[in-house]
Ligand binder design. Structure first.
Ligand code: BES
Ligand code: ZN
Ligand code: ZN
Length: 488
């Protein structure tokens, strides 16, 4: 819960520190004096975005301060160091078991959006499966300001709380182990998450998918005892408007590789192969609170990619939902097959724009590491917009080249397409495969989150696990109205 100018009592207080002694005007004089005394011999602690804990005793009470350095700052915000500082403050608050935080924003030079974003991003833990772990998340954040913008700040608080409501739910899904989160369980949990928020949901089971000739989803799902599912969610915030964003998320609840089995090392973390699907659920959840006047259709194909006597084979030729035939050359390139069917379906059901999110290729991780998501698409202007909103929301993407020549490696001797290209440019050829299923007049963005969806090694604030990447950027794209304007 975030409030503005609410109850001043809090377990810890967050302030910015610099040489000007401005703190005196904001917090009790005795506390400020002690803090400046402490800083006298530690001038390096004033450095922009440095974070430290300060304990003091005043009026027989122990007080906890989190001090954020403010010197020589503004030029450095481009590297997200202010955002990281906010995340670090939250990590410390959780470690100190604070239940409430009071933040004196007038002492900080960072944007208030950055502050709230960073604090909420870090204020999450996944402890469902730990028996005796105490909950450490901060329950209350109170933003204190003497400026007149209380109303604006309140609406920012609402916006970020709504976004993070969706992000935390998405993270929970991605963090769940694959023995628990089967396609069926994903559907059940999704129904609970979205319950009561309005919107129509349709479910297609294994038999409907076969009947509908969803050849991609059916083939990949065939090997598993946990049958495939397709879920379609409609959020109609502006029903009279024909514009509709189709949001497609890869939902492979476990990717062992299938018969083209992954090595043991490469199977690790493959529970996160449904992060795209979770992102779509998170976005719709947030929209239920934010009530943006936009139309979104979430299309989520769910499968488990597992080898068995029923699995699809290398050398199979399958027929996709749109009629394209595909020669399977590697059963581990399964994501593009289920996404292609979902993309075709979204277009058939009237999507006027498309975004798909997928942990699609190891090649994307090789190219960009865990810092940036990869992006390709068929509309440069829209990709530029996405790049900008992503950056503003502390989510980084990078566009890959997308020349038609890259598509040539997908040519098959016996079918319309192969499901893999050569060894080279794997993230791009995967995008090319998807491009085949998208009409050229429908603006489409593909975001490869293979490297960014899950933090496999705790970062410098100690954060580990699912990130929920993509949710903020897409919500911001929807809010800014760039979805409606057809600027082809
Ligand atoms: N789910 C993987 C991609 C992945 C790799 C996600 C690492 C997260 C971290 C995907 O289905 C896959 O296995 N792709 C293959 C494609 C190849 C066979 C053309 C890959 O990247 O190796
Ligand atoms: Zn795979
Ligand atoms: Zn996969």
């Amino acid at each position: 819960m975030i409030t503005c100018n609410g109850n001043i009592q809090a377990d810890a207080i967050v302030v910015g520190i610099d040489k000007t002694k401005q703190l005196m005007q904001h917090i009790p004089k005795e506390d400020a004096t002690l803090i400046y005394k402490y800083l006298e011999t530690r001038s390096s602690n004033l450095a922009f975005a440095s974070v430290q804990v300060f304990h003091c005793v005043c009026e027989e009470r122990v007080k906890v301060y989190f001090l954020i350095g403010q010197e020589n700052g503004m030029s450095k915000t481009r590297d997200f160091s202010d955002y990281t500082a906010a995340r670090q403050v939250m990590a410390l608050a959780m470690k100190e078991h604070c239940q409430s935080l009071a933040v004196y924003v007038d002492t900080l030079s960072m944007r208030i959006e950055t502050l709230i974003d960073g604090l909420l991003d870090r204020n999450y833990e996944f402890i469902q499966y730990m028996k005796n772990k105490e909950r450490c998340v901060v329950e209350k954040i109170n933003v204190i300001t003497s400026s007149l913008q209380v109303k604006e700040i309140n609406s920012l608080c609402y916006k970020y709380m709504s976004m993070y409501e969706g992000i935390y739910k998405a993270r929970d899904l991605v963090n769940m182990p694959p023995n628990e989160l089967t396609p069926r369980k994903f559907v059940d949990l999704m129904a609970t998450i979205l319950q009561g928020g309005g919107g129509k949901v349709e479910y297609f089971n294994k038999w409907s998918l076969e009947k509908m000739k969803m050849g991609g989803i059916s083939a990949v799902g065939k090997g598993s005892m946990n049958p495939p599912q397709l879920v379609v969610i409609q959020y109609l915030g502006d029903p009279d408007n024909p514009d509709k964003l189709g949001l497609i998320g890869k939902g492979v609840t476990y990717d062992s590789g299938g018969l083209s089995l992954k090595s043991a090392a490469n199977q690790e973390f493959m529970k996160d192969d449904m992060a795209g699907a979770a992102t779509v659920v998170g976005i719709i959840k947030a929209l239920q609170y934010l009530k943006y006047p936009v139309n979104v259709m979430g299309v989520i194909p769910l499968v488990e990619n597992i080898p068995s006597s029923m699995s699809y084979h290398v050398d199979d030729i399958i027929t996709m939902y749109d009629g394209t035939t595909v020669e399977i050359k590697n059963t581990d390139a399964e994501g593009r097959l289920i996404l292609a069917d979902a993309l075709s379906y979204a277009q058939e059901k009237g999507a006027t724009r498309l975004i798909d999110l997928a942990t699609l290729t190891g090649a994307c991780v090789t190219a960009l590491g865990t810092i940036r998501s990869g992006m390709v698409g068929n509309n440069q202007e829209w990709m530029n917009q996405f790049f900008c909103v992503a950056e503003q929301n502390h989510e980084k993407v990078w566009q890959f080249p997308f020349d038609a020549e890259y598509g040539e490696s997908l040519k098959s001797q016996v079918a319309d397409l192969k499901n893999i290209g050569g060894r080279d440019a794997g993230a791009i050829t995967a995008g090319m495969f998807l491009n085949h299923f998208v009409r050229a007049d429908i603006p489409w963005l593909h975001v490869d989150i293979a490297g960014t969806a899950f933090c496999e090694q705790a970062d410098k604030t100690g954060f580990y696990g699912a990130t929920g990447v993509g949710i903020k950027s897409i919500l911001e794209l929807l809010r800014s109205g760039s979805i409606e304007k057809n600027n082809q």
